[in-house]
Design a protein around this ligand. Structure first.
Ligand code: IVH
Length: 514
Protein backbone atom coordinates (compact mmCIF):
# COMPACT_ATOMS: atom_id res chain seq x y z
CA UNK A 1 0.00 0.00 0.00
CA UNK A 2 1.34 3.44 -0.85
CA UNK A 3 2.37 5.46 2.16
CA UNK A 4 -0.40 8.03 1.94
CA UNK A 5 -2.95 5.26 1.58
CA UNK A 6 -1.49 3.51 4.60
CA UNK A 7 -1.55 6.65 6.70
CA UNK A 8 -5.15 7.21 5.62
CA UNK A 9 -5.99 3.65 6.60
CA UNK A 10 -4.32 4.20 10.00
CA UNK A 11 -6.37 7.37 10.54
CA UNK A 12 -9.52 5.49 9.57
CA UNK A 13 -8.71 2.69 12.01
CA UNK A 14 -7.95 5.14 14.84
CA UNK A 15 -11.24 6.86 14.25
CA UNK A 16 -13.17 3.59 14.18
CA UNK A 17 -11.45 2.20 17.26
CA UNK A 18 -11.99 5.44 19.16
CA UNK A 19 -15.66 5.44 18.23
CA UNK A 20 -16.27 1.78 19.11
CA UNK A 21 -14.30 2.08 22.33
CA UNK A 22 -16.51 5.07 23.24
CA UNK A 23 -19.66 3.06 22.50
CA UNK A 24 -18.38 0.20 24.66
CA UNK A 25 -16.81 2.03 27.61
CA UNK A 26 -18.83 5.25 27.81
CA UNK A 27 -22.25 4.40 26.38
CA UNK A 28 -22.16 0.68 27.33
CA UNK A 29 -23.78 0.11 23.95
CA UNK A 30 -21.34 -1.62 21.59
CA UNK A 31 -22.33 -1.95 17.95
CA UNK A 32 -19.64 -4.42 16.87
CA UNK A 33 -18.41 -7.68 18.41
CA UNK A 34 -15.24 -7.95 20.50
CA UNK A 35 -13.76 -9.97 17.67
CA UNK A 36 -14.42 -7.25 15.09
CA UNK A 37 -12.99 -4.67 17.49
CA UNK A 38 -9.84 -6.77 18.00
CA UNK A 39 -9.43 -7.11 14.23
CA UNK A 40 -9.45 -3.31 13.82
CA UNK A 41 -7.03 -2.89 16.71
CA UNK A 42 -4.63 -5.56 15.45
CA UNK A 43 -4.62 -4.11 11.95
CA UNK A 44 -3.67 -0.69 13.33
CA UNK A 45 -1.03 -2.22 15.59
CA UNK A 46 0.50 -4.01 12.60
CA UNK A 47 0.65 -0.81 10.52
CA UNK A 48 2.30 0.99 13.44
CA UNK A 49 4.89 -1.74 13.91
CA UNK A 50 5.78 -1.59 10.20
CA UNK A 51 5.78 2.19 10.12
CA UNK A 52 6.30 3.65 13.60
CA UNK A 53 6.26 7.19 12.17
CA UNK A 54 2.52 6.74 11.69
CA UNK A 55 1.94 6.45 15.44
CA UNK A 56 0.04 9.47 16.79
CA UNK A 57 -0.23 10.41 20.49
CA UNK A 58 -3.99 9.79 20.43
CA UNK A 59 -3.66 6.35 18.86
CA UNK A 60 -5.55 3.77 20.94
CA UNK A 61 -2.39 1.66 20.93
CA UNK A 62 -0.69 4.39 22.99
CA UNK A 63 -2.90 3.82 26.04
CA UNK A 64 -0.20 1.63 27.53
CA UNK A 65 2.77 3.20 25.82
CA UNK A 66 3.97 5.33 28.71
CA UNK A 67 7.32 4.74 30.35
CA UNK A 68 7.82 3.71 33.97
CA UNK A 69 8.87 6.68 36.07
CA UNK A 70 10.48 6.87 39.49
CA UNK A 71 8.32 9.74 40.63
CA UNK A 72 5.54 11.98 39.42
CA UNK A 73 6.19 15.53 38.21
CA UNK A 74 4.21 18.33 39.79
CA UNK A 75 1.44 20.04 37.85
CA UNK A 76 0.18 23.51 38.72
CA UNK A 77 -3.58 23.58 38.23
CA UNK A 78 -4.86 26.38 35.94
CA UNK A 79 -7.38 27.32 38.66
CA UNK A 80 -7.81 26.08 42.25
CA UNK A 81 -9.43 22.63 42.48
CA UNK A 82 -12.12 23.53 44.96
CA UNK A 83 -13.86 21.33 47.47
CA UNK A 84 -17.49 21.35 48.67
CA UNK A 85 -19.23 22.38 51.88
CA UNK A 86 -21.28 19.60 53.48
CA UNK A 87 -24.94 19.43 54.46
CA UNK A 88 -25.92 16.53 56.69
CA UNK A 89 -29.69 16.96 56.44
CA UNK A 90 -32.32 18.89 54.52
CA UNK A 91 -32.33 21.79 57.00
CA UNK A 92 -28.62 22.34 56.36
CA UNK A 93 -29.46 22.65 52.66
CA UNK A 94 -32.29 25.11 53.36
CA UNK A 95 -29.96 27.20 55.54
CA UNK A 96 -27.38 27.27 52.69
CA UNK A 97 -30.06 28.36 50.24
CA UNK A 98 -31.24 31.17 52.55
CA UNK A 99 -27.65 32.35 53.05
CA UNK A 100 -26.84 32.64 49.36
CA UNK A 101 -30.24 34.12 48.57
CA UNK A 102 -29.36 36.97 50.91
CA UNK A 103 -26.05 37.48 49.12
CA UNK A 104 -27.57 37.54 45.64
CA UNK A 105 -31.26 37.97 44.91
CA UNK A 106 -30.94 36.16 41.56
CA UNK A 107 -30.56 32.95 43.58
CA UNK A 108 -34.30 33.08 44.38
CA UNK A 109 -35.08 32.40 40.72
CA UNK A 110 -32.27 30.00 39.87
CA UNK A 111 -32.64 26.35 38.96
CA UNK A 112 -30.64 23.56 40.62
CA UNK A 113 -28.75 20.64 39.14
CA UNK A 114 -28.46 17.59 41.36
CA UNK A 115 -25.63 15.16 40.71
CA UNK A 116 -24.33 12.09 42.52
CA UNK A 117 -21.33 12.81 44.75
CA UNK A 118 -19.00 10.23 43.34
CA UNK A 119 -16.61 8.62 45.81
CA UNK A 120 -13.46 8.36 43.72
CA UNK A 121 -10.16 10.05 43.06
CA UNK A 122 -10.37 13.57 41.63
CA UNK A 123 -8.57 13.92 38.32
CA UNK A 124 -7.84 17.04 36.28
CA UNK A 125 -7.65 16.46 32.52
CA UNK A 126 -6.02 18.90 30.08
CA UNK A 127 -6.95 18.97 26.38
CA UNK A 128 -5.16 21.14 23.81
CA UNK A 129 -6.76 21.37 20.38
CA UNK A 130 -8.80 18.33 21.32
CA UNK A 131 -5.81 16.18 22.26
CA UNK A 132 -5.46 14.80 25.79
CA UNK A 133 -2.08 16.21 26.83
CA UNK A 134 -1.95 15.98 30.60
CA UNK A 135 -3.76 14.52 33.59
CA UNK A 136 -3.14 15.26 37.25
CA UNK A 137 -4.33 14.38 40.73
CA UNK A 138 -5.92 17.07 42.90
CA UNK A 139 -2.99 17.24 45.33
CA UNK A 140 -3.43 20.21 47.65
CA UNK A 141 -5.88 21.91 45.25
CA UNK A 142 -3.17 24.21 43.83
CA UNK A 143 -0.65 21.64 42.60
CA UNK A 144 -1.20 17.98 41.75
CA UNK A 145 0.86 15.08 40.44
CA UNK A 146 1.28 14.30 36.76
CA UNK A 147 -0.34 10.90 36.19
CA UNK A 148 -0.87 11.30 32.42
CA UNK A 149 0.57 7.90 31.43
CA UNK A 150 -1.63 6.12 33.97
CA UNK A 151 -4.75 8.01 32.97
CA UNK A 152 -4.21 7.10 29.32
CA UNK A 153 -4.90 3.48 30.28
CA UNK A 154 -8.42 4.41 31.42
CA UNK A 155 -10.54 3.19 28.52
CA UNK A 156 -13.42 5.63 28.96
CA UNK A 157 -11.07 8.64 28.98
CA UNK A 158 -11.13 10.20 25.50
CA UNK A 159 -7.64 10.60 24.05
CA UNK A 160 -9.09 13.05 21.57
CA UNK A 161 -12.23 15.17 21.74
CA UNK A 162 -14.75 15.35 20.30
CA UNK A 163 -15.18 11.61 19.93
CA UNK A 164 -16.66 11.42 16.44
CA UNK A 165 -20.14 9.91 16.53
CA UNK A 166 -19.39 8.20 13.23
CA UNK A 167 -17.32 9.06 10.23
CA UNK A 168 -17.93 8.98 6.51
CA UNK A 169 -14.52 8.02 5.18
CA UNK A 170 -15.55 8.17 1.55
CA UNK A 171 -16.29 11.86 1.99
CA UNK A 172 -13.63 12.33 4.66
CA UNK A 173 -16.00 14.05 7.12
CA UNK A 174 -18.19 13.13 10.08
CA UNK A 175 -21.66 11.83 9.31
CA UNK A 176 -23.21 14.48 11.47
CA UNK A 177 -21.79 17.64 12.98
CA UNK A 178 -20.01 17.30 16.31
CA UNK A 179 -19.63 19.85 19.07
CA UNK A 180 -16.16 21.32 18.77
CA UNK A 181 -14.39 21.86 22.09
CA UNK A 182 -12.53 25.11 22.76
CA UNK A 183 -8.81 25.14 21.90
CA UNK A 184 -7.88 24.56 25.53
CA UNK A 185 -10.12 22.93 28.08
CA UNK A 186 -9.40 21.41 31.48
CA UNK A 187 -12.03 18.99 32.71
CA UNK A 188 -12.49 17.65 36.20
CA UNK A 189 -13.85 14.25 37.09
CA UNK A 190 -13.58 11.29 39.43
CA UNK A 191 -11.71 8.10 38.63
CA UNK A 192 -13.62 5.15 40.04
CA UNK A 193 -13.93 1.40 39.79
CA UNK A 194 -17.50 0.33 39.11
CA UNK A 195 -18.88 -1.92 41.84
CA UNK A 196 -19.40 -4.79 39.40
CA UNK A 197 -15.84 -4.50 38.01
CA UNK A 198 -14.50 -4.42 41.56
CA UNK A 199 -16.28 -7.66 42.47
CA UNK A 200 -14.95 -9.25 39.29
CA UNK A 201 -11.41 -8.01 40.03
CA UNK A 202 -11.49 -9.49 43.52
CA UNK A 203 -12.80 -12.78 42.18
CA UNK A 204 -9.81 -12.92 39.84
CA UNK A 205 -7.42 -12.03 42.65
CA UNK A 206 -8.87 -14.73 44.85
CA UNK A 207 -8.65 -17.38 42.13
CA UNK A 208 -4.99 -16.46 41.58
CA UNK A 209 -4.27 -16.71 45.31
CA UNK A 210 -3.56 -12.98 45.42
CA UNK A 211 -4.65 -10.40 47.97
CA UNK A 212 -8.16 -9.09 47.44
CA UNK A 213 -8.65 -5.33 47.40
CA UNK A 214 -10.34 -3.57 50.29
CA UNK A 215 -12.56 -1.07 48.46
CA UNK A 216 -13.04 0.41 44.98
CA UNK A 217 -11.91 3.95 45.88
CA UNK A 218 -8.55 3.02 47.36
CA UNK A 219 -7.92 0.51 44.60
CA UNK A 220 -8.56 3.10 41.87
CA UNK A 221 -6.49 5.68 43.70
CA UNK A 222 -3.61 3.24 44.34
CA UNK A 223 -3.63 2.06 40.73
CA UNK A 224 -3.43 5.60 39.35
CA UNK A 225 -0.44 6.31 41.58
CA UNK A 226 1.47 3.30 40.29
CA UNK A 227 4.77 4.24 38.70
CA UNK A 228 4.29 1.62 35.98
CA UNK A 229 1.31 2.37 33.70
CA UNK A 230 1.25 -1.29 32.63
CA UNK A 231 0.13 -2.16 36.16
CA UNK A 232 -2.51 0.57 36.11
CA UNK A 233 -3.82 -0.89 32.85
CA UNK A 234 -4.65 -4.17 34.61
CA UNK A 235 -7.18 -2.43 36.92
CA UNK A 236 -10.69 -1.74 35.58
CA UNK A 237 -10.68 2.01 36.21
CA UNK A 238 -13.49 4.18 34.88
CA UNK A 239 -14.14 7.89 34.81
CA UNK A 240 -17.06 10.24 35.46
CA UNK A 241 -16.72 13.96 34.67
CA UNK A 242 -18.68 16.86 36.15
CA UNK A 243 -16.94 20.20 35.76
CA UNK A 244 -14.71 22.45 33.70
CA UNK A 245 -11.81 23.95 35.61
CA UNK A 246 -10.54 26.17 32.84
CA UNK A 247 -11.34 26.97 29.28
CA UNK A 248 -9.75 29.20 26.68
CA UNK A 249 -12.50 30.19 24.27
CA UNK A 250 -12.07 30.25 20.52
CA UNK A 251 -10.50 33.49 19.30
CA UNK A 252 -10.86 35.50 22.48
CA UNK A 253 -9.24 36.03 25.81
CA UNK A 254 -10.53 34.13 28.86
CA UNK A 255 -13.24 36.06 30.65
CA UNK A 256 -11.89 35.20 34.09
CA UNK A 257 -14.78 32.87 34.78
CA UNK A 258 -13.96 29.17 35.31
CA UNK A 259 -15.70 28.32 32.05
CA UNK A 260 -17.69 30.03 29.35
CA UNK A 261 -20.73 27.81 29.91
CA UNK A 262 -23.83 29.69 31.04
CA UNK A 263 -25.31 26.84 33.03
CA UNK A 264 -24.12 23.67 34.71
CA UNK A 265 -26.68 21.79 32.62
CA UNK A 266 -25.16 23.13 29.35
CA UNK A 267 -21.71 22.26 30.67
CA UNK A 268 -22.69 18.66 31.34
CA UNK A 269 -24.40 18.39 27.94
CA UNK A 270 -21.24 19.72 26.28
CA UNK A 271 -19.03 17.26 28.17
CA UNK A 272 -21.26 14.43 26.94
CA UNK A 273 -21.18 15.78 23.38
CA UNK A 274 -17.36 15.89 23.46
CA UNK A 275 -17.38 12.20 24.46
CA UNK A 276 -16.71 12.35 28.21
CA UNK A 277 -18.50 9.89 30.48
CA UNK A 278 -20.98 11.72 32.72
CA UNK A 279 -23.09 10.22 35.54
CA UNK A 280 -26.54 9.16 34.42
CA UNK A 281 -28.82 10.21 37.30
CA UNK A 282 -28.30 13.96 37.01
CA UNK A 283 -31.48 16.07 37.12
CA UNK A 284 -32.53 19.70 36.99
CA UNK A 285 -35.04 21.25 39.42
CA UNK A 286 -36.77 24.60 39.55
CA UNK A 287 -36.93 24.80 43.35
CA UNK A 288 -34.82 23.75 46.30
CA UNK A 289 -37.48 21.52 47.91
CA UNK A 290 -37.69 19.35 44.80
CA UNK A 291 -33.88 19.14 44.72
CA UNK A 292 -33.78 18.08 48.39
CA UNK A 293 -36.45 15.45 47.77
CA UNK A 294 -34.41 14.01 44.90
CA UNK A 295 -31.28 13.84 47.09
CA UNK A 296 -33.22 12.05 49.83
CA UNK A 297 -34.65 9.56 47.36
CA UNK A 298 -31.12 8.42 46.46
CA UNK A 299 -30.17 7.65 50.04
CA UNK A 300 -32.23 4.42 49.94
CA UNK A 301 -31.35 3.64 46.33
CA UNK A 302 -27.63 4.32 46.45
CA UNK A 303 -26.82 0.62 46.13
CA UNK A 304 -28.48 0.54 42.72
CA UNK A 305 -25.82 2.86 41.27
CA UNK A 306 -22.87 1.35 39.37
CA UNK A 307 -20.40 3.35 41.44
CA UNK A 308 -20.00 4.33 45.08
CA UNK A 309 -21.37 7.66 46.26
CA UNK A 310 -21.17 9.37 49.60
CA UNK A 311 -23.99 11.79 48.88
CA UNK A 312 -25.45 14.03 46.20
CA UNK A 313 -24.33 17.47 45.10
CA UNK A 314 -26.78 20.37 44.66
CA UNK A 315 -25.44 23.02 42.29
CA UNK A 316 -26.86 26.34 41.23
CA UNK A 317 -27.52 25.89 37.53
CA UNK A 318 -26.69 29.49 36.58
CA UNK A 319 -22.89 29.46 36.43
CA UNK A 320 -22.61 33.25 36.15
CA UNK A 321 -24.43 33.61 39.48
CA UNK A 322 -22.47 30.67 40.95
CA UNK A 323 -19.13 32.22 39.91
CA UNK A 324 -20.06 35.61 41.34
CA UNK A 325 -21.05 34.06 44.66
CA UNK A 326 -17.38 33.19 45.10
CA UNK A 327 -16.17 30.81 47.77
CA UNK A 328 -15.56 30.42 51.48
CA UNK A 329 -12.12 28.92 52.06
CA UNK A 330 -12.00 26.12 49.48
CA UNK A 331 -15.75 25.68 49.18
CA UNK A 332 -17.66 27.38 46.38
CA UNK A 333 -20.85 29.04 47.67
CA UNK A 334 -22.82 27.98 44.61
CA UNK A 335 -22.87 24.26 45.43
CA UNK A 336 -23.33 22.03 48.45
CA UNK A 337 -22.81 18.33 49.16
CA UNK A 338 -25.84 16.56 50.60
CA UNK A 339 -24.02 13.84 52.52
CA UNK A 340 -25.60 10.46 53.12
CA UNK A 341 -25.23 8.97 56.62
CA UNK A 342 -21.89 7.15 56.79
CA UNK A 343 -22.21 3.42 56.65
CA UNK A 344 -19.59 2.88 59.31
CA UNK A 345 -20.34 1.56 62.77
CA UNK A 346 -18.46 -0.09 65.59
CA UNK A 347 -19.28 -3.50 66.95
CA UNK A 348 -17.57 -6.39 68.71
CA UNK A 349 -15.60 -9.03 66.85
CA UNK A 350 -16.88 -12.17 68.55
CA UNK A 351 -14.80 -14.62 66.55
CA UNK A 352 -12.94 -15.21 63.31
CA UNK A 353 -14.17 -17.95 60.98
CA UNK A 354 -12.40 -19.42 57.96
CA UNK A 355 -14.01 -20.24 54.59
CA UNK A 356 -12.62 -22.73 52.10
CA UNK A 357 -12.91 -21.56 48.49
CA UNK A 358 -13.19 -23.47 45.23
CA UNK A 359 -9.45 -23.52 44.69
CA UNK A 360 -8.78 -24.42 48.32
CA UNK A 361 -7.91 -20.86 49.37
CA UNK A 362 -8.68 -20.20 53.02
CA UNK A 363 -10.31 -16.83 53.67
CA UNK A 364 -10.93 -15.42 57.13
CA UNK A 365 -14.20 -13.69 57.97
CA UNK A 366 -15.42 -11.75 60.98
CA UNK A 367 -18.18 -13.13 63.16
CA UNK A 368 -19.68 -10.00 64.65
CA UNK A 369 -22.05 -8.90 67.34
CA UNK A 370 -25.01 -8.21 65.01
CA UNK A 371 -25.23 -4.53 64.18
CA UNK A 372 -27.38 -2.36 61.91
CA UNK A 373 -25.63 -0.40 59.16
CA UNK A 374 -27.76 1.65 56.78
CA UNK A 375 -30.90 -0.41 57.42
CA UNK A 376 -29.26 -3.83 57.12
CA UNK A 377 -28.27 -6.11 60.01
CA UNK A 378 -24.70 -7.28 59.55
CA UNK A 379 -23.50 -10.45 61.31
CA UNK A 380 -20.45 -11.29 59.25
CA UNK A 381 -17.87 -9.27 57.34
CA UNK A 382 -14.82 -9.99 55.29
CA UNK A 383 -11.34 -9.71 56.77
CA UNK A 384 -9.74 -10.02 53.29
CA UNK A 385 -6.80 -12.28 54.18
CA UNK A 386 -4.60 -13.39 57.08
CA UNK A 387 -1.98 -10.69 56.41
CA UNK A 388 -4.67 -8.03 56.74
CA UNK A 389 -5.59 -9.27 60.22
CA UNK A 390 -1.94 -9.16 61.27
CA UNK A 391 -1.19 -5.80 59.63
CA UNK A 392 -4.19 -4.15 61.27
CA UNK A 393 -3.64 -6.05 64.52
CA UNK A 394 -7.27 -7.15 64.60
CA UNK A 395 -7.92 -9.37 67.62
CA UNK A 396 -10.84 -11.53 68.68
CA UNK A 397 -12.85 -9.58 71.26
CA UNK A 398 -11.85 -6.18 69.78
CA UNK A 399 -14.26 -3.35 69.11
CA UNK A 400 -13.96 -3.00 65.35
CA UNK A 401 -14.93 -0.37 62.80
CA UNK A 402 -17.16 -1.90 60.16
CA UNK A 403 -18.05 -0.49 56.75
CA UNK A 404 -20.87 -1.40 54.43
CA UNK A 405 -20.58 0.42 51.14
CA UNK A 406 -22.55 -0.07 47.96
CA UNK A 407 -22.91 -3.65 46.94
CA UNK A 408 -19.49 -4.45 48.33
CA UNK A 409 -19.45 -7.11 51.04
CA UNK A 410 -19.18 -5.44 54.48
CA UNK A 411 -15.59 -5.30 55.67
CA UNK A 412 -13.72 -4.65 58.89
CA UNK A 413 -11.70 -1.44 58.59
CA UNK A 414 -9.71 -2.10 61.75
CA UNK A 415 -9.79 -2.24 65.53
CA UNK A 416 -10.83 0.73 67.67
CA UNK A 417 -7.63 0.73 69.68
CA UNK A 418 -8.73 3.08 72.44
CA UNK A 419 -11.69 0.79 73.13
CA UNK A 420 -9.65 -2.45 73.19
CA UNK A 421 -10.81 -4.72 76.05
CA UNK A 422 -8.16 -6.41 78.21
CA UNK A 423 -8.92 -9.97 77.22
CA UNK A 424 -8.58 -9.85 73.42
CA UNK A 425 -7.08 -12.86 71.65
CA UNK A 426 -4.50 -12.71 68.85
CA UNK A 427 -5.64 -14.81 65.90
CA UNK A 428 -3.30 -17.26 64.16
CA UNK A 429 -3.99 -18.68 60.68
CA UNK A 430 -5.09 -22.33 61.05
CA UNK A 431 -2.55 -25.09 60.50
CA UNK A 432 -5.32 -27.49 59.52
CA UNK A 433 -8.24 -27.02 57.12
CA UNK A 434 -11.30 -26.15 59.22
CA UNK A 435 -13.46 -28.43 57.05
CA UNK A 436 -11.45 -31.58 56.37
CA UNK A 437 -8.69 -31.29 58.97
CA UNK A 438 -5.89 -31.82 56.44
CA UNK A 439 -2.70 -29.73 56.77
CA UNK A 440 -2.75 -26.23 55.28
CA UNK A 441 -0.01 -24.93 52.97
CA UNK A 442 1.12 -21.49 51.93
CA UNK A 443 2.20 -21.30 48.30
CA UNK A 444 5.46 -19.52 47.56
CA UNK A 445 5.06 -15.82 46.62
CA UNK A 446 1.39 -15.88 47.51
CA UNK A 447 -0.38 -14.45 50.52
CA UNK A 448 -3.02 -17.15 50.43
CA UNK A 449 -3.11 -20.29 52.54
CA UNK A 450 -4.47 -23.38 50.83
CA UNK A 451 -6.17 -26.60 51.77
CA UNK A 452 -4.56 -28.93 49.21
CA UNK A 453 -6.88 -31.87 49.86
CA UNK A 454 -8.62 -32.40 46.50
CA UNK A 455 -11.55 -34.15 48.21
CA UNK A 456 -12.09 -31.50 50.87
CA UNK A 457 -15.92 -31.30 51.05
CA UNK A 458 -16.06 -27.49 51.15
CA UNK A 459 -13.89 -27.22 48.04
CA UNK A 460 -16.14 -29.68 46.29
CA UNK A 461 -19.28 -27.73 47.23
CA UNK A 462 -17.75 -24.47 45.91
CA UNK A 463 -16.65 -26.30 42.77
CA UNK A 464 -20.13 -27.64 42.11
CA UNK A 465 -21.61 -24.17 42.74
CA UNK A 466 -19.18 -22.72 40.22
CA UNK A 467 -19.74 -25.45 37.66
CA UNK A 468 -23.53 -25.24 37.69
CA UNK A 469 -23.62 -21.43 38.11
CA UNK A 470 -24.16 -18.60 35.61
CA UNK A 471 -20.55 -18.53 34.40
CA UNK A 472 -20.59 -22.33 33.94
CA UNK A 473 -23.37 -24.71 32.88
CA UNK A 474 -26.05 -22.31 34.18
CA UNK A 475 -28.22 -25.15 35.48
CA UNK A 476 -31.54 -23.82 36.65
CA UNK A 477 -32.72 -25.00 40.07
CA UNK A 478 -29.30 -26.27 41.13
CA UNK A 479 -27.90 -23.80 43.62
CA UNK A 480 -25.72 -23.66 46.73
CA UNK A 481 -28.17 -25.52 48.93
CA UNK A 482 -28.46 -28.53 46.66
CA UNK A 483 -24.71 -28.56 45.98
CA UNK A 484 -24.15 -28.81 49.72
CA UNK A 485 -26.73 -31.59 50.07
CA UNK A 486 -25.10 -33.63 47.28
CA UNK A 487 -21.75 -33.43 49.03
CA UNK A 488 -22.87 -33.95 52.65
CA UNK A 489 -25.12 -36.85 51.63
CA UNK A 490 -22.15 -38.27 49.68
CA UNK A 491 -24.06 -38.51 46.40
CA UNK A 492 -21.00 -37.11 44.63
CA UNK A 493 -17.24 -37.32 45.12
CA UNK A 494 -16.31 -34.95 42.29
CA UNK A 495 -18.01 -32.41 40.04
CA UNK A 496 -18.60 -34.80 37.13
CA UNK A 497 -20.62 -37.06 39.43
CA UNK A 498 -23.58 -34.68 39.27
CA UNK A 499 -24.38 -36.20 35.86
CA UNK A 500 -24.58 -39.66 37.44
CA UNK A 501 -27.15 -38.78 40.10
CA UNK A 502 -30.26 -40.89 39.56
CA UNK A 503 -33.89 -40.04 40.06
CA UNK A 504 -34.21 -42.41 43.00
CA UNK A 505 -31.15 -40.83 44.66
CA UNK A 506 -32.71 -37.40 44.28
CA UNK A 507 -35.92 -38.66 45.87
CA UNK A 508 -34.00 -39.55 49.03
CA UNK A 509 -33.13 -35.86 49.54
CA UNK A 510 -35.09 -33.56 51.76
CA UNK A 511 -37.68 -31.60 49.80
CA UNK A 512 -37.64 -34.03 46.85
CA UNK A 513 -39.80 -36.88 48.21
CA UNK A 514 -43.36 -36.87 46.89
S1 IVH B 1 -18.18 19.73 42.30
C1 IVH B 1 -16.39 23.67 42.17
N1 IVH B 1 -19.47 17.53 41.72
O1 IVH B 1 -16.40 15.61 46.10
C2 IVH B 1 -16.51 22.22 42.00
N2 IVH B 1 -17.60 17.38 43.18
O2 IVH B 1 -16.15 16.57 48.94
C3 IVH B 1 -16.54 21.50 43.30
N3 IVH B 1 -17.09 15.09 43.91
O3 IVH B 1 -13.51 17.50 45.90
C4 IVH B 1 -16.72 20.07 43.16
N4 IVH B 1 -18.71 14.11 42.80
O4 IVH B 1 -13.74 15.58 44.23
C5 IVH B 1 -18.45 18.07 42.41
N5 IVH B 1 -20.69 15.65 41.08
C6 IVH B 1 -19.68 16.20 41.75
C7 IVH B 1 -18.80 15.42 42.54
C8 IVH B 1 -17.77 16.06 43.25
C9 IVH B 1 -17.68 13.92 43.62
C10 IVH B 1 -15.95 15.22 44.83
C11 IVH B 1 -14.95 16.24 44.42
C12 IVH B 1 -14.81 17.16 45.62
C13 IVH B 1 -15.39 16.36 46.71
C14 IVH B 1 -15.92 17.28 47.78
Amino acid sequence: MAETLLSKRAAHLRQQIQYHSYRYHVLSDPSISDKEYDALYNELKKIEIDQPELITPDSPTQRVGGAVSDKFAKVKHPAPILSLANAFNSDDVRAWFERIKKLDERVAKTEFVVEPKIDGLTVVLHYHDGLFVKGATRGDGETGEDITANLKTVKSLPLRIPVQPSFDFAQDKPNHPTTQPPPAIVVRGEAVIFVEDFAELNKRQEAAGEKTYVNPRNTASGALRQLDPKLTATRPISLLCYSVVYQRPEGSEPSGRSSEFKTQWDLLEALKAYGFPVADVIKKFSNIEAAIKYCESWNDKRDTLDYEVDGMVIKINDLVVADELGFVGKDPRGAIAFKFPAREVTTTLNDIGVNVGRTGVLTPFAILEPVEVGGVTVRQATLHNFDYIAEKDIRIGDRVLLKRAGDVIPYVIGPVLNARPKDTKVFKPPKKCPTCGEPVEQAEDEVAYYCINASCPDQLIRNVEHFVGKGGMDMEGLGSKLAEQFVTDKLIADVADIFLITNSQLLTLEGFAE
